[in-house]
Design a protein around this ligand. Sequence first.
Ligand SMILES: [Zn+2]
Length: 260
Amino acid sequence: GAPNFVIHLAEKAEEVLGVPASRLGVERAIVGGEPGGGIPAIRDKIEKLWGAKCTEMLGGTDLGVTYWAECDRQSGMHMVSMDYIITELLDPDTGKIIPWEEGAKGEMIYTALGRRASPLVRFRSGDFIEVLGTTCPCGRTGPKIRCTGRTDDMLIVRGANVFPSAIHSIVNEMVPETNGVMRVVADFEGHTTQEALKIIVERGPALKPEADPTLKKKIEQRLRDALVFKADVRIVDPDTFEKPGAAKIAFVLRKFPNLP
Ligand SMILES: [Zn+2]
């Protein structure tokens, strides 16, 4: 399931079944469909709730089902359908193909010549990925990847490429100071802004509102250090935003919401 859905199911287990998810005998949670399984804070939460090992996968229905999947080392996804799908990495800015090297980032493109009815040649998946390495203790070779987000989710803040999912990841690393919940307010035309990017973050339940100015500065600094862009953070009460439940969360709002 999607990581947030798997968390939602675990949180409902006690209420619906009378048994915590960790006692249901589930051994493995395989997640995909949105970034999360590769974010340590979210993966740890899933593993703790279910008492299971969590690994992630990436795929689609354009060429097959699962194209990439993680081994037990949990250090990025291996290509698992090399006989059927040719993968290349595209630099969306220059239109050039990038070599598979550690640290390379770009959009994944696929070619599947074996498909007779609908062969796809250099199909742009829209998945923006990063190469974490090219070897693995499990013995598999080839690139190990993490998906950062969809290329159409990418915002450009004063020239820096910023993915809402990457901001979400940082805010999650800052639990319990934050509640792990954030929204980006993209109240501008298109995807590009020259202003600081407005971000709303829920305060952790144990913190008092008096700590907000310090927390705001700390998050802005972390975002600048990790993602190299200027943020304007607004701290709000925990549970200001509705819990995602079974739905996929939209991290980006197009208007600043009415806040108490
Ligand atoms: Zn491996």
